[in-house]
Design a protein around this ligand. Structure first.
Ligand code: ADP
Length: 619
């Protein structure tokens, strides 16, 4: 191949510019990123080699080698992993920007990326961290059955590709270190950095050093393993320090903070496996950026890394959990597809779900402040489980927090406390969903309950309106949305109904989109409310979905009037006195308008509303 020069994709060029010009602190993460990539490359070829031994080319002595050349000022990281063909080199290291790149650049603008080089790993752009310490990077790589390729770049606009001399499969990354990064030629710095970040990696990381024998005037290469290579999840819990757990968590989760909770256990009995799971403290950036609904745990079978693609190892609503599951009961030598179907995975999942939910419950009781943070970050995801995991519905419900009419703004309660505080004669758990507390705290729907001293949960997460009805009941108490369906005692308004009969019929004729106008005891201070069907969406959700471009047809609702309210009484009396008086129609429509506004929905014709209001004010 003649030497070719290619241009980086625009986003990558911007990224490289940022890396070379702004990142000076915490530069040592480049080593972790490159060693991680080498480790992944080994895992890939080892896994594929299980079913196709030819791929291995007889070389399965897995190893990541570091070599510092003080004269040439180069640090080389080599592996005998899967290697790359020319095509993959172009894709992976130059032309195809990862999905995370754009997101990374946007985030970098907002945050001071100088102090957060960890961001690089989170966005899957780890290789480019090389340019934090090197002003010239050479990659020499060879995949099974392919010619070796050499990739070179100074981290500016382009990179070059040419033929390379390399006989064995794998990748070699040669960093020509910047003047001010010479410390990475130093044995001690290399050792301590690898120890810090990669001690638990399951493949050996070795340092090659040359020793001069002055007497014989010879040089001898020495290979020295740096990491202890002991998979952390296989070690006994009491031997592991918190820092070790944290480093491991950061390695697999690409997070910069420590985990909120670490769950490490051996399952024994019907199925045996080891699990090391982490619950993050806050949403990591990659989770905010891409909306991947799958849970990703790293599955190992007999200590061989298989995949993090099994979405049936944990349900989607626990996708914030990171970690490792290692099972010796699963068969090793099979394809991912067949493994995915294995009934053992179901058993493992059940067990993991139980553990995670139990841990969260314990966190809620033992460290409420920590739990609040967790809830803030992940409750929206967790709630999806009310819909998808019927078996654990109540356990999930136990972990949810809500504001309520009897609590100050910002203070939360939960279903268990709600039920505990219910009066004996109250049969249902009452709730109202809306956009935010301010929008619903004074809602007409709450009036009669406040009057009776009954607590109503205020639910302000947009997903609540979809998932809370799925719960149906909690500890035998039915859930009831106070803005939907019937709440009145059928006989309570018998006399008033007779008196209002004519007017109610007239009002229905006057109003578009209203299928019924009736009297209610649900109101105390307000005159009118709109009430949806038991299974309808709340108006603020309909509104939100319309804004997102969904075609939500308007549905017919019920207008309920408060027969005790002076305005309602007045309009009814005007109707009785003269059914043809045009003012009756205007006032009836205004009653409907105010009910629509209070429900959180939008008026279909705001100009007509203003005209009606002005007509009454001018009168
Ligand atoms: P990430 O590792 O998060 O995907 P990187 O920018 O670090 O992002 O690497 C880009 C891609 O280049 C990797 O996904 C992998 O396919 C390839 N790659 C990087 N390093 C190696 C290596 N040592 N051996 C084989 N492939 C590699």
């Amino acid at each position: 191949m003649a030497k070719k020069t290619l241009k980086f994709k625009t986003e990558l060029e911007q990224l490289l510019h940022l890396i070379t010009h702004s990142l000076y602190s915490h530069r040592e993460v480049f080593l972790r990123e490159l060693i991680s990539n080498a480790c992944d490359a080994i895992d890939k070829v080892r896994f594929e080699g299980l079913t196709n031994t030819e791929l291995l080319d007889g070389d399965s002595n897995w190893k990541i080698t570091l070599r510092a050349d003080k004269e040439a000022k180069t640090l080389t990281i080599s592996d005998n992993g899967i290697g790359m063909s020319q095509e993959s080199v172009i894709q992976n290291l130059g032309t195809i920007a990862h999905s995370g790149t754009q997101a990374f650049l946007e985030k970098a603008k907002e945050m001071d990326v100088k102090d957060n080089p960890e961001l690089i790993g989170q966005f899957g752009v780890g290789f480019y961290a090389s340019f934090m310490v090197a002003d010239d990077v050479t990659v020499i790589t060879k995949a099974h059955g392919e010619d070796a390729v050499k990739w070179e770049s100074k981290g500016t606009g382009n990179f070059t590709l040419s033929d390379a001399d390399k006989e064995t499969r794998g990748t070699e990354i040669i960093l020509h270190l910047k003047e001010d990064a010479a410390e990475y030629l130093d044995d001690w710095t290399i050792r301590s950095t690898v120890k810090k970040f990669s001690d638990f990696l399951e493949h050996p990381v070795v340092l090659l050093t040359t020793e001069k024998d002055e007497e014989k005037d010879t040089e001898e290469e020495k290979e020295d393993q740096i990491n202890t290579q002991k998979a952390i999840w296989l070690r006994a819990k009491n031997e592991i320090k918190d820092e070790e757990y944290s480093e491991f968590y950061k390695h697999i989760a690409h997070d910069m903070a420590d985990p909120a909770e670490t769950i490490h256990y051996n399952a024994e009995g019907a199925i045996e496996f080891k699990a090391l799971l982490f619950i993050p403290e806050a949403k990591p950036f990659d989770m905010m950026m891409n909306n991947d609904p799958k849970a990703h745990l790293n599955l190992y079978v007999q200590r061989v890394f298989i995949s993090n693609e099994f979405d049936n190892l944990l349900p989607s609503y626990l996708r914030f959990v990171k970690g490792v599951v290692d099972s010796s009961d699963l068969p090793l030598n099979v394809s991912r597809e067949i493994l995915q179907e294995n009934p053992m995975l179901d058993k493992i999942r059940k067990n993991l779900v139980g553990r995670v939910l139990k841990t969260l419950k314990a966190m809620k009781t033992k460290d409420y402040d920590k739990f609040l943070k967790f809830h803030e970050a992940f409750s929206t995801i967790l709630k999806e489980g009310l819909q998808s995991d019927w078996e654990n519905k109540e356990k999930i419900a136990d972990l949810l927090l809500f504001e309520s009419t009897v609590k100050d703004a910002g203070e939360k309660t939960c279903f268990a406390d709600y039920v505990e505080n219910m009066a004996d004669d109250q049969e249902e758990i009452l709730y109202l969903a809306g956009e935010n507390r301010a929008a619903i705290a004074h809602s007409p729907y709450l009036e009669s309950f406040k009057d009776k001293g009954q607590e109503v949960l205020l639910m302000t997460d947009p997903i609540d309106d979809f998932v809370i009805p799925q719960l149906m009941e909690y500890k035998g108490k039915k859930l009831k949305a106070v803005n939907k369906g019937e709440i009145d005692d059928k006989d309570a308004l018998k006399d008033e109904e007779k008196q209002f009969e004519g007017f109610l019929g007239f009002a229905k004729e006057q109003l578009d989109g209203v299928k019924e106008v009736k009297l209610t005891t649900r109101l105390k201070d307000s005159a009118a409310v709109i009430v949806g069907d038991e299974h309808s969406m709340s108006p603020h959700i309909e509104e939100m979905m319309r804004r997102m471009g969904q075609d939500i047809p308007p549905h017919e609702s019920v207008l309920e009037l408060n027969p005790e309210h002076p305005v309602v009484k007045k309009v009814q009396a005007m109707y009785d006195a003269d059914a043809k008086d045009p003012k009756v129609g205007t006032l009836t429509k205004l009653l409907h308008d105010q009910a629509v506004i209070a429900s959180g929905a939008k008026l279909a014709d705001p100009a007509a509303f203003a005209a009606r209001l002005n007509a009454v004010l001018a009168d």
